[in-house]
Design a protein around this ligand. Sequence first.
Ligand code: NAD
Length: 486
Amino acid sequence: MTVPANEIVVRSPIDGSEIGRVPATALTEMPQIIARSKAAFESWRQVPAPRRGELVRLLGEELRRDKETLAALVTAEAGKIVSEGLGEVQEMIDICDFAVGLSRQLYGLTIASERPGHRMMETWHPAGPCAVISAFNFPVAVWSWNAALALVCGDPVIWKPSEKTPLTALATMRIVERALARFGAEAPAGLLQCVIGGAELGEALVDSHDVPVVSATGSTRMGRIVGPRVAARFGRSLLELGGNNAMIVTPSADLDLAVRAIVFAAVGTAGQRCTTLRRLIVHPSIRADLLQRLRKAYASLPIGDPRRAGVLIGPLIDAAAAERMQAAITRARGEGGVVFGGARRTAEVPAGGHYVEPAIVEMPAQTATVREETFAPILYVLGYESLSEAIALQNDVPQGLSSCIFTRDLREAETFLSAAGSDCGIANVNIGPSGAEIGGAFGGEKETGGGRESGSDSWKAYMRRQTATVNYSDKLPLAQGVSFEI
Ligand code: NAD
């Protein structure tokens, strides 16, 4: 059957079957959509922040009600196992809770003025319409990290989800509609919008002067385009891009703990998390033991239909992802890598999906292939002698998202966390690199883009800062003692 040009056919990565068709947003509609967001900003910015928080509270309630249904759709559309689908929706609920509290804590500063009878302060105001461009692998959570904060900060949101996962986005918007209906008329039309389609829709947001904040999550390739284009119009971008995350395993590490952390972080979500563990930097004194335990664990990992109880590794998102994995393994072999696992799986998995065995690849050095992010379950193993060598190896990649060390040695742990330690946005001790909590700021350095979203003071990215000074005296003293008598 031919598909009309304005329709996107959605296929499940589980078995390649068609699970829906959704109308795509026409590029010509974008100016109107942006204008609606701009108009919504005029009134939303004047609604008191705690009241804006009430809308987010209702959204959290509605998400709780539909947690299982939305999670099942995440599984169907992104291929996550049931528990990870549920975890993704839980993350949406958690950030709503966080944002509700935040709505009463959007604080500024008062600063001592050098002039008598003056008060100086710093106030945070809503920034304006915020674009959220999201990736396929967290099809709904990334939107909520941004939207929950943007809403309490007073910003309308236009969401451009991945073209690979429009169904979960539209389902989320249905949940949003329920929260909006309960909230009432104070929420203006166009406060929360969603556009369905590819990069061209994202680019319309990226280039618009009426969208002061662009939060873009995806590949470094995408960020290289989006970052400079937003900067060219002096907009603010919040980039959450690729990672190449490492774990250093030291001689004193608790190996039982390390093995469990490695397996979850390296193969969970079939290696398709930005925080997936991709590099293992191991001391030679424990290397043989650790690798033997890992191979044993890998050999028995249940791979298959992510809806089935007990399955831990679902499909890759599409054929291209499976091909990129095979190409990376071939290149790594050419660079001297010794490969365990990594084959395509066709037996006992649904036909039409792209299932793979996770790979462990022992490398002689940190080669060009190791330094790249391949979005699949490949774990490269490297060796080290001194901690400084291990930290240098861990930092010697273009990306800077997440990192960790397994050690029981306080000196090693603190060195890893020090200014001379990990150069990543996230650094953990005796915890794998993935599975962050929403309370902390999330994001990374270097080619990961430098953005921070979710917890801590990430909310400041959605607001503009104003320094205001009030003169309550009957004189007009000038700063720096400047005299200007007229
Ligand atoms: P992708 O870069 O292919 O697409 C991400 C989004 O960007 C999609 O919505 C896409 O339509 C849009 N896009 C692509 N080109 C664009 C352009 N020129 N202008 C505007 N928008 C554009 O990424 P993906 O394959 O969906 O996701 C996987 C990647 O995302 C991995 O590299 C992963 O590490 C990264 N990721 C990072 C984080 C993080 O927080 N750091 C989180 C999730 C995923």
